[in-house]
Design a protein around this ligand. Structure first.
Ligand SMILES: *Cc1c(COP(=O)(O)O)cnc(C)c1O
Length: 346
């Protein structure tokens, strides 16, 4: 049976050129700073994001945790969106491991936080209050339609934060999706950021890894934080080699994923018992809402999986489809037909 796996872009497997690069990678002990392939990836990433330095880490979760641990001490406060990945999907690690106090603000449907709302949330100096140290923005915003936040918004938040003595971390797990969708350079989305992380292992199809970028001083501290979290990897060049291919060969093609996501949303428009916010599909994520009272997202996911279409339940009545390197235009057309048929039989 044909299987169309739309659960996530994390399911992507390394490309043939990644596998070759991994097999041939020159390696050394990265904890000693001696893995030339890791060093090259970190230099490339820093250059791409126009920051002083970069650090290869095991995952996006580790990238965010390391960044928060460097920016905030115990009892310090971080402002972040209530739908942000860092707040929602990372086990509260910054509180559990770092004693960092989360202050959530409501994400608007486009993934932004109100500029005034953020400024009002920054604490004045008062013995009763924690100290606000950091604002986290997410771009693209995973749980807000995969929306790309504009360079103007990123800049406005950065300038306001710095006026108030607060730092900004950008969770840019899919920052290259944002850049491609907006037709700009990823560095334009991080120009005011004190740190920015991105995933190699999602739409860019590398098997493992994320990168954190920031100033030399920030990255020196981040390297210490990575080590204490157990993230000091040794001959990690075999992984970084795939990351280099991801950055050089896999960024521009994200536009195909975005086209396919729009096609899927369009093909599902008007499907029985479903609604899709087609206008807001700007990158590779499509949220599908179930309006039919008789079926839950888990039920529907189960029924569709028997037909070879895999979607991810993201709420009792919400499913997510994410296009990726392995998904063709034909695949999304096929998936839409299967989904429509299933809904007609509900
Ligand atoms: C996937 C994701 C992460 C975490 O990445 P992992 O590698 O799965 O730990 C962080 N932030 C966002 C927005 C993500 O989508």
């Amino acid at each position: 049976m044909k299987v169309v796996d739309l659960r996530s872009d994390t399911i992507t497997r390394p490309t043939p050129s990644m596998r070759r690069a991994m097999a041939d990678a020159e390696v050394g002990d990265d904890v000693f700073g001696e893995d030339p392939t890791v060093n090259r990836l970190e230099e490339m990433a820093a250059e791409r994001l126009n920051k002083g330095a970069a650090l290869f880490v095991a995952s996006g979760t580790m990238a965010n945790l390391v960044s928060l641990l460097v920016h905030c001490g115990r009892g310090d406060e971080v402002i972040l969106g209530d739908r942000s990945h860092t707040f929602f999907y990372e086990q509260g690690g910054s509180a559990g491991l770092g004693g960092i106090h989360p202050r959530t603000l409501p994400n608007k449907p486009d993934g932004t936080l109100g500029l005034n709302a953020i400024e009002e949330a920054i604490r004045p100096d008062n013995i009763h209050f924690p100290r606000t140290r950091l604002i986290v923005l997410e771009n693209t915003h995973n749980r807000c339609s995969g929306n790309p936040l504009t360079p103007q918004y990123m800049k406005d938040v950065g300038e306001m934060a710095h006026r108030n003595g607060v730092k900004v971390h950008v969770d840019g797990a899919r920052i290259f999706n944002a850049a491609v969708s907006l037709g700009i350079d990823a560095s334009e989305l991080a120009s005011e950021a004190d740190s920015v992380s991105f995933c190699l292992s999602k739409g860019l199809a590398a098997p493992v890894g994320s990168v954190v970028c920031g100033s030399h001083d920030f990255i020196d501290e981040a390297r210490r934080a990575r080590k204490v979290l157990g993230g000091g990897m040794r001959q990690a060049g075999v992984l970084a080699a795939a990351g280099i291919v991801a950055l050089t060969e896999m960024v521009e093609r994200l536009a195909e994923d975005h086209d396919n996501a729009r096609r899927l949303a369009k093909d599902l428009t008007g499907a029985e018992g479903l609604s899709v916010d087609t206008e807001n599909v700007k990158t590779n994520i499509v949220y599908i809402n179930i309006d039919n009272n008789d079926i839950s997202s888990n039920d529907l996911a189960e029924r569709l999986s028997r037909e070879g279409v895999l979607l991810l339940p993201t709420g009792p009545k919400q499913m997510r489809a994410v296009t990726n390197y392995h998904i063709t235009a034909n695949d999304v057309e096929h998936a839409a037909v299967v989904i429509r048929n299933e809904m007609n039989n509900c």
